[in-house]
Design a binder for this molecule. Structure first.
Ligand code: ZN
Length: 467
């Protein structure tokens, strides 16, 4: 028996969520807050308000809970969930961390390690109310005797999550002076595109409530591929009708490299090569000038804002509020667990809420805005218009956050508690109307077994790398 064999509840039965303290819908303006019970039928939100309970309904008692949309994390590296807190890199900035963690460990990432990491990462996300993840996976090596994409999609299906697989990789890689660090795997552009096309035919569903998507996602557009290859990737993605994703402007060094090599700032560089538009989203975007913010806003290009990872690596604070005020699109993401040991969307929302207020004052960002970034905006950026909001007709991706604990006692407005109080736990999570978390437990997941697998894998990786 595997650690997780999803036993879905509610298939064929309507689900009714009763007695919640309120609903933060993920929408903006007058529809931002609602009250009432929620009926879910055939995977969709059928009614909100006064709902009659029928004998066959699966009734979820949400007393002391706040309902939000199922949250959307737009940038992750699930494989890193067995690489948390690597001691040699715990205090290192990005470039050193890249050398000491992903580049050091990639060749030891066997099937068991990836499967365990994906389960840990998705379990963490689900238990923080997240139902959709965009996973930027860039380790595709000839030396692997397994298909990483198959493992990621199988795990997502078992856990009950929507997965956008941002298919990474590079054609160029950096070599280091020491023998113990083997450069990360590379492929030719032709190999990358052929595999991506194969993944599209096997997994990609373009539906507005898709459970499975593929995007093209080189590790970086500036030194991972040539400018010509970058342009070819954009053309290929559009011919396949899939999205484009990559890291951009995470550090000052990144901007400096682009200026020195291409005589352009990074956003100008990618815009020159076809990498802007509503089908493109970038992780980080920490270091932007006003002209770059304007380009991103005018082209509807999305930001995957990763405040905890940026803090962990000391990269800076992305101008997310400025981008949104300019008319741009901002979503929230946890990034990989090797640079954010808490891959918890609740913690990420709490951090985002505080971080921008540290710098720009208390009026710049409300709890409701952070929830909207983490749900509706993320869904729009991923091209999934039928998820990310609590409204009639939407796909029923929902989280019931428990706000009945001591830290919430005395809270005047409980709807703000999942963000303002931090560290909320979830009681129920539904994906497409299926109850995937019930009473705080992931359906079908043997948590003690997963924790034991994690320990086994971590010990093996430590032995491989002399830890
Ligand atoms: Zn990343």
């Amino acid at each position: 028996m595997s650690a997780c064999s999803m036993d879905y509840h509610g298939i064929g039965r309507d689900v009714v969520i009763r007695n919640a303290s309120g609903i933060l819908t993920g929408l903006h303006g007058a529809d931002e807050r609602r009250t009432g019970d929620i009926r879910i039928s055939k995977g969709r939100i059928a009614a909100i308000g006064a709902v009659n309970v029928l004998p066959d309904d699966d009734v979820l008692d949400a007393r002391g809970g706040v309902v939000t949309p199922g949250l959307v994390s737009t940038h992750h590296h699930l494989f890193q969930s067995v690489l948390k807190g690597i001691p040699s890199a715990i205090n290192a900035p990005l470039e050193t961390w890249l050398r000491l963690v992903p580049t050091m460990y990639w060749r030891y990432l066997d099937e068991e390690a990836l499967q365990t990491a994906a389960r840990i990462g998705m379990a963490e996300l689900l238990l923080s109310g997240c139902t959709t993840v965009a996973d930027h996976h860039y380790l595709f090596a000839d030396s692997y005797d397994y298909d990483p994409a198959a493992i990621l999609f199988e795990t997502a299906q078992q856990m009950g999550m929507r997965l956008v697989l941002a298919r990474g990789g590079t054609t160029r890689t950096r070599r280091f002076d020491t023998d113990d660090i083997i450069p990360a795997p590379t492929q030719t552009l032709e190999q990358m595109l052929r595999h991506t096309s194969d993944l599209v035919s096997r997994y990609h569903d373009p539906a507005p409530d898709s459970m499975r998507r593929i995007a093209i996602a080189p590790n970086t557009p500036t030194w991972g591929v040539t400018p010509e290859e970058l342009r070819d990737m954009a053309v290929a993605a559009r011919s396949m009708k899939i999205g484009l994703h990559t890291h951009l402007s995470e550090t000052q060094n990144y901007v400096r490299y682009c200026l020195e090599t291409y005589n352009m700032r990074p956003v100008q560089f990618v815009a020159e090569h076809g990498w802007v538009g509503p089908d493109v989203w970038f992780a980080h975007l920490v270091h932007l000038d006003e002209s770059e913010i304007a380009i991103l806003a005018q082209t509807d290009t999305g930001m995957a804002h990763c405040p905890q990872s940026n803090g962990r690596l000391g990269s800076g604070i992305a101008p997310a509020v400025a981008l949104e005020r300019a008319g741009g699109r901002v979503s929230l993401a946890v990034d990989g667990a090797a640079s954010n040991e808490a891959c918890d969307m609740g913690a990420e929302m709490h951090t985002a809420w505080l971080l921008h207020r540290f710098v720009h004052g208390a009026g710049v960002l409300r709890c409701e805005d952070v929830v909207r970034w983490s749900s509706r905006e993320g869904a729009r950026i991923l091209g999934l218009p039928d998820i990310g909001a609590v409204a009639e007709g939407m796909s029923a991706d929902l989280a019931v956050h428990d706000v009945s604990q001591l830290r919430h006692a005395g809270m005047a407005d409980l709807l703000l508690a999942p963000v303002a109080c931090g560290a909320a736990s979830v009681r129920y999570v539904l994906t497409a109307g299926r109850v995937v978390v019930r009473d705080g437990h992931i359906s079908g997941l043997d948590m003690p077994e997963l924790l034991q697998q994690a320990r086994t894998v971590v010990n093996r990786l430590a032995a491989c790398c002399g830890g």
